[in-house]
Design a protein. Structure first.
Length: 200
């Protein structure tokens, strides 16, 4: 069985999100998200699972932190692309931009954890994301709320940066005993202009 590996993007986005949403708790979380590990990418799956587990004890702040982390991860993923590729993607027709954004969301998911997979389907103004092996949703006891807000926020932000407004709804979550996490995105009927960063 292949061992799951986590990318440095997750640790960095969680660290920054905690700094913004829970600044008074940052020192506590830096026991696992230590600056040296953030720099060299050596923070592994176990410390990150610990951070996520403790964040779940923060009440409503869990959702705020993971959503902010997802938004940051999407932004940083986009900014890691060449300016030429960003310009090409920004010039695509609306349906193709939505598909390109969701391909990036699937790649981001694999970067977060190597064993995670996201299958995306874009159809008639709706996007369905089917996610397996989410690190956020790996729990021992059944949860009463969905825990995969990181991926919902990342997908919404990628669509926004591609000039497409969207609202996310988590329909199913592994943490709530579902077989996979299912997120539905409804694309808004707006003539949004692509984010200037895409054309930079």
């Amino acid at each position: 069985m292949t061992e799951a590996r986590v990318g440095r993007l997750l640790a960095a986005s969680l660290h920054q999100a905690i700094a913004e949403v829970l600044p008074d708790r940052l020192e506590y979380y830096e026991e696992w998200l230590d600056p040296d590990g953030l720099r060299d990418g050596s923070i592994g799956r176990a410390p990150l699972a610990g951070v996520i587990g403790f964040l779940r004890l923060e009440g409503d702040n869990y959702a705020r932190v993971v959503a902010r982390a997802g938004t940051l991860a999407a932004d940083w993923t986009l900014l890691s692309m060449t300016s030429m590729k960003r310009r090409v993607l920004a010039s695509l027709p609306r349906p193709l931009r939505a598909r390109a954004a969701m391909r990036m969301a699937a790649a981001l998911t694999r970067d977060v954890q190597s064993t995670s997979r996201m299958v995306t389907r874009v159809r008639r103004g709706r996007v369905r994301l089917d996610l397996n092996a989410s690190l956020f949703c790996a729990v021992r006891e059944r949860e009463t709320r969905p825990l995969c807000g990181f991926y919902a926020a990342a997908a919404v932000e990628l669509l926004r940066r591609f000039g497409l407004g969207a609202e996310a709804r988590i329909d199913e979550c592994c943490a709530m005993a579902a077989r996979s996490c299912v997120i539905t995105l409804t694309l808004r009927d707006t003539a949004a202009v692509a984010d200037p960063a895409l054309a930079a």
